[in-house]
Design a protein around this ligand. Structure first.
Ligand SMILES: [Zn+2]
Length: 195
């Protein structure tokens, strides 16, 4: 990390690397890829400081932390959604009111492009053990050249109304999704034959 930071002259990138490393615990190659994806999206969508984003990451590995650190989108504020597809891909858009039409960009670290950097490709496909500093250096060298993206137009969906009820079994309050009388815990317990 120190070594890579020392070689990074762009102050914005240095700042981003520090923020992401602080949240993630260290600067992993995947988290660094997340910074590059964030910057691609920022350029394409014309977003900047203070813009609140809505991001869908297609993996639980590393990427979500980059967006949480840089884009003011977190699990808790519902600006971040994670789909467990195991893909180094993310879709980024500006937060907008329900019903409005917005531009989103889906960015992926493209294996058809990383193949031009054999050691980076080995890291990506997990065919060799490649240390993070080496893989990150290759990502810096390759820049945006190893990513692919496409623009998607979509309409922000309406938020479902939040209905809170007391569970008929444990009497704890929970957000009801349909018309269930028991909370998910108790329902699971029932399915499992009681806890
Ligand atoms: Zn319950």
């Amino acid at each position: 990390m120190e070594e890579i930071l020392a070689r990074t002259t762009d102050p914005k990138m240095r700042d981003q690397m520090e923020k992401v490393a602080q949240l993630h615990g260290y600067l992993s190659t995947g988290a660094f890829a997340g910074i590059q994806m964030f910057n691609i999206a920022e350029r394409i969508l014309g977003t900047g400081d203070g813009d609140r984003l809505f991001v869908t990451c297609e993996t639980y590995h590393c990427l979500p932390d980059s967006f949480q650190a840089l884009g003011s989108c977190t699990i808790g504020n519902k600006g971040l959604r994670i789909l467990d597809y195991g893909k180094m891909a993310a879709t980024i858009t500006r937060r907008a009111p329900a019903g409005s039409r917005v531009k989103a960009v889906r960015v992926i670290l493209d294996p058809a492009k990383t193949v031009r950097y054999p050691r980076l490709h080995s890291w990506y496909m997990k065919t060799e053990k490649v240390p993070h500093p080496e893989a990150i250096s290759l990502l810096i060298q390759a820049g945006e050249g190893v990513y692919s993206w496409r623009i998607i137009e979509h309409v922000v969906p309406e938020k479902p109304q939040k209905v809170i009820v007391l569970c008929e079994k444990c009497q704890e309050s929970f957000i009801r999704r349909k018309d269930e009388a028991l909370c998910p815990n108790c329902l699971d317990g029932e399915r499992a034959g009681g806890i």
